[in-house]
Design a protein around this ligand. Structure first.
Ligand code: NAD
Length: 500
């Protein structure tokens, strides 16, 4: 019997809209390998419709009072809390991550919504009375207009929520282009905004691929681009976006190191290496993929990690597995080929996830936890972002060698150090060239009121996501100098104004 497969469309001006480009992609359930739906891929014209809706809604939303705007954001938060399980189930179906992990993603995204509820405090300007005689000065921050968000597959809800709550609370209107691999979460959130009372056109979703992205990059009415994805695309987005006069924050890929010093608690380090290396099948931009063992602890640490992987269950995320599948067949094949390349280059495969027996029906895209030892810095398993459940162990002799290794890497998203030596940890946080650092914390994703972002090839642009940097990104500053009429200030003087 042939199954009927529906087509997922867009959300424009407060309503679901079917795609009209004639182009579509496939959305699979990674746990079974079955095509679940088709997704419409927007043409430049359809992107233009979404931007036009955002542009039309902008003046009204910008002029809506702060207290009314934040009430809508608060209602969105309440609805999201009440219906988080629904969203988590959607994420698991299209992405594959296990349900508890999907629920965790929703919770971390919600933190940014909560942060945005308090935006009035962050939009407050400064005021200086009598900056000059009879002259006052004050500053305000105003929204940009229609802004675009382009998100990756690995956090279908959280990554868009790094941006849109702040953008909307600050008075902007939004066009979100989610990853075409996981289109449903964005549409679900669009419906939630409608329920929360957001006016039509303030939040729009276009599904699509490069055609839609390029249309957003080139559209004159799009004022900023917030992008998250792989490094080559992030660089492209930054170059194209800035060339077209837009403000751009483009967060890229990662290779996150966990440095374990000889004095560390090795059981804690092994637990956390497993959690951070294999959680979400390694498809997290803050996953630990390179474990740097310092000194004589390496054999013991590798052993402890190996033991812990034996208890992990890989399978369908709806069945209580610890680890789900990779997102696509192509991702599965890519990860497997990296393991082969590592082995061929001389790495020792201590735990082999190829051909894992997963608890799932059908032909899911599974690779089990994989542990490679004796990896060296020139191997491709180390230089490239694999984005799968592959943990590589590199052995070094000293702290200085470990630091040099981390700093020589082109990526600088997250890193962690495991030690009981406060002095060493303090030195590391000061010397390491990475944006987010964990001390005995493996995945140091900042709270919403701090800003999320890496260094080097992990971020192109000046602003990190959410926190005060996010508020700055989605607003422009203005300074107003005021003098009320006083005849004594009359008279012509072409000199440059100085304070008096
Ligand atoms: P991706 O770069 O393939 O896709 C990201 C977005 O770009 C998607 O919306 C996609 O449709 C679009 N896109 C893809 N190819 C394009 C092209 N040629 N031109 C224009 N747009 C294009 O990334 P992905 O595979 O969806 O996500 C995984 C990547 O994202 C990893 O590299 C991961 O490290 C990174 N990531 C980074 C962070 C961070 O905070 N730095 C967070 C999450 C994910």
């Amino acid at each position: 019997m042939t199954r009927s497969i529906g087509t997922i469309g867009h959300w424009i001006d407060g309503a679901a809209v079917a795609g009209s480009s004639g182009q579509h992609g496939e959305v699979t359930n990674p746990a079974t390998g079955e095509v679940d739906a088709h997704v419409a891929l927007a043409s430049a014209q359809e992107v233009g419709d979404a931007v036009a809706a955002a542009k039309a809604a902008y003046p009204g939303w910008r002029d809506t009072s702060l207290s009314q705007r934040t009430q809508v954001v608060f209602r969105f938060r309440e609805l999201l809390t009440a219906r988080a399980d629904e969203l988590a189930a959607l994420i698991t179906r299209e992405h594959g991550k296990v349900l508890s992990d999907a629920a965790g993603e929703v919770a971390r995204g919600r933190e940014v919504v909560e942060f945005a509820c308090g935006i009035p405090h962050l939009l407050k300007g400064g005021f200086t009375e009598s900056a000059s005689t009879g002259v006052d000065v004050h500053s305000v921050r105003q929204p940009l207009g229609p802004v675009a968000i382009i998100s990756p597959f690995n956090f279908p809800a959280m990554v868009p929520m790094w941006f849109f709550p702040v953008a909307i609370a600050a008075g902007n209107t939004v066009v979100l282009k989610p990853s075409e691999k996981v289109p449903s979460a964005a549409l679900w959130m669009a419906e939630l905004w409608r329920e929360a009372g957001l006016p039509d056109g303030v939040f729009n979703v276009v599904n699509g691929d490069k055609v839609a992205v390029d249309a957003l990059l080139e559209h004159d009415d799009v004022k900023s681009i917030s992008f998250v994805g792989s490094t080559p695309i992030a660089q492209y987005i930054y170059e194209q976006g800035t060339k077209h006069g837009k403000r751009v924050q483009a967060l890229g890929g990662a290779k996150n190191h966990m440095v374990v010093l000889p004095d560390a608690d090795l059981d804690l380090a092994a637990d956390q290496a497993v959690n951070a290396g294999y959680g979400s099948a390694g498809e997290r931009c803050m996953a630990i993929s390179a474990l740097v063992a310092v000194g004589a602890i390496a054999d013991t640490l590798v052993d402890k990690i190996r033991e812990r992987t034996e208890g992990l269950r890989t399978g369908d995320g709806t069945r209580g597995a610890d680890m789900g599948p990779l997102v696509t067949r192509a991702a599965q094949e890519r990860v497997t080929s990296y393991v082969e390349a590592g082995e061929a280059a001389g790495a020792k495969v201590v735990v082999d996830g190829r051909g894992v027996q997963a608890d799932a029906d059908g032909e899911g895209f599974f690779v089990g936890p994989t542990l490679l030892d004796h990896v060296t810095p020139e191997m491709r398993v180390y230089t490239d972002e694999i984005f799968g459940p592959v943990l590589s162990v590199l052995r070094v002799g000293t702290y200085d060698e470990a630091l040099a290794l981390v700093n020589a890497n082109k990526y600088g998203n997250g890193t962690a150090i495991f030690t009981n030596d406060g002095g060493a940890a303090r030195r590391f946080q000061n010397e390491v060239e990475v944006g987010m650092i964990g001390i005995n914390v493996p995945i140091p994703v900042p709270m919403a009121y701090y800003s999320f972002g890496g260094w080097k090839s992990s971020l192109f642009g000046d602003s990190h996501a959410h926190g005060t940097e996010g508020v700055h990104f989605f607003t422009r500053g203005k300074v107003v100098t005021t003098r009320w009429l006083d005849p004594s200030h009359g008279g012509v003087d072409l000199g440059f104004p100085t304070n008096g």
